[in-house]
Design a protein around this ligand. Structure first.
Ligand SMILES: Cc1cc2nc3c(=O)[nH]c(=O)nc-3n(C[C@H](O)[C@H](O)[C@H](O)COP(=O)(O)OP(=O)(O)OC[C@H]3O[C@@H](n4cnc5c(N)ncnc54)[C@H](O)[C@@H]3O)c2cc1C
Length: 360
């Protein structure tokens, strides 16, 4: 059986970014992905401007512009009572853009393939055995071997679960998501709307479709769905994608010959729309560390550097995300914030600018 330098479990933005950078570095790279692409995901489909720098390094920025997308120019925050405040988003090539995950994730995975990564779709990892190397077994009873293993399999990471690292599931919120026909004159804006039961995010993803997300607690999420059905004239037969939990405790990202990246390592509150950036960037950072490990550099030092680099990636941003989490967990407080921002918009403008500023 061939032993790969690195096996990456999951090919969302984290796994594909990592695979592409590993392949670029000349590593024997294997990707095992449960789904068959292209596939949609529960997501707001918005790319934070920080993504552009990583996408440039992947050689994909131009290709993104060639796919159906929307360039987003402003965010509307809407309080429970319907009062609204608008904040402009960056313009030019450093903008916030929305694109369906079926297109975005497929492009990333194809890039990893093109650069030489071996990709197996429709392959669910079920068992991990650690001896000299990693032995990875799948639901279809295939086996693979690798020197380094990457958990890039999202918030409910199987890799973390199999290594007894996944935090116990809390009673958490649930998200529903659908693409629906774009309402007339919706414009190029993101809408973040508070409700007593939770919140809704809305953004056009192309000329014809709106991404609609609803986030709430299981007992009351059906009220949000009923609101959406009335508001957007959605038939009761509409199929919704669903995911839970919305957030969970992070797990340490560096272990001996095992790294976690993207949502598998840390799930942030989706309200600020940054998860894809963290996924892409942590994939890039992991690839750099794996190349060093495989070339024989001091492993404990490399792992410490990786942990530090991941912490740096979040530095100065996590507190805003936590603030957003507080606001969405208490939508009435979130609404009060919107009211205050109508009087003095400087704080909201500052927070929004921090979230959408580009970063290395
Ligand atoms: C409601 C909501 C809205 C959001 N909106 C935004 C937004 O607008 N902008 C933004 O940047 N972020 C947003 N996010 C967050 C974003 O979706 C995630 O941060 C991002 O998808 C993380 O990427 P990832 O590659 O780490 O994981 P994922 O995208 O979850 O990919 C994990 C992959 O692993 C595969 N997998 C899982 N288990 C196995 C297994 N056992 N074997 C093999 N493969 C496996 C899955 O099929 C999947 O393809 C949102 C999240 C939610 C819930």
């Amino acid at each position: 059986m061939e032993t790969f330098d690195v096996a990456i479990i999951g090919s969302g933005p984290a796994g594909s970014s990592c695979a592409a950078f590993c392949a670029m570095a000349g590593l024997q790279t294997l990707v095992l992905e449960r789904a068959r692409f292209p596939r949609e995901k529960v997501c707001g489909d918005c790319l934070n401007p920080s993504c552009w720098l990583v996408l440039e390094r992947l050689g994909l920025a131009q290709q993104i512009w060639g796919l159906p997308h929307s360039k987003l120019t402003s965010v509307d925050f809407i309080a429970i009572d319907g009062r609204k405040v608008s904040v402009n988003l960056p313009t030019g090539n450093d903008c916030e853009l929305s694109i369906k995950r079926s297109l975005f994730d497929d492009l990333l995975l194809k890039r990893a393939c093109e650069l030489g990564a071996h990709v197996r779709e429709g392959t669910t990892v079920t068992t991990l055995v650690r001896d000299q190397h990693w032995k990875i077994e799948t639901a279809t009873r295939e086996s693979f071997r690798s020197r380094v293993l990457i958990g890039a399999d999202g918030r409910n990471s199987t890799v973390a679960r199999l290594r007894n690292l996944l935090p116990r599931p809390a009673r958490e919120r649930v998200a529903l998501q659908a693409h629906i026909p774009l309402p007339l004159n919706f414009g190029d804006r993101v809408v973040l709307q508070f409700f007593p039961e939770g919140y809704s995010g809305q953004a056009p993803v192309n000329e014809n479709e709106l991404n609609l997300c609803l986030v709430g607690k299981p007992p009351t999420i059906s009220r949000l769905r009923q609101w959406a059905q009335r508001q957007f004239e959605i038939p009761a037969t509409q199929r919704w994608r669903t995911i839970t939990p919305l957030t969970r405790s992070p797990i340490p990202c560096a272990h001996e010959n095992l790294l976690f990246i993207g949502d598998a390592a840390r799930v942030v509150e989706p309200f600020t729309g940054e998860g894809i950036y963290y996924a892409l960037r942590s994939g890039e950072l992991a690839a750099r560390s794996i190349a060093k490990i495989i070339s024989g550099e001091d492993r404990p030092l490399v792992l410490r550097e990786f942990t530090y680099a991941c912490a740096e990636m979040y530095r100065g941003r996590l507190w805003i995300n936590r603030l957003a989490r507080d606001a969405v967990l208490s939508p009435r407080i979130g609404s009060l914030f919107v009211h205050a921002a109508r009087v003095n918009r400087s704080i909201l403008k500052f927070l929004t600018a921090k979230i959408v500023s580009s970063k290395l």
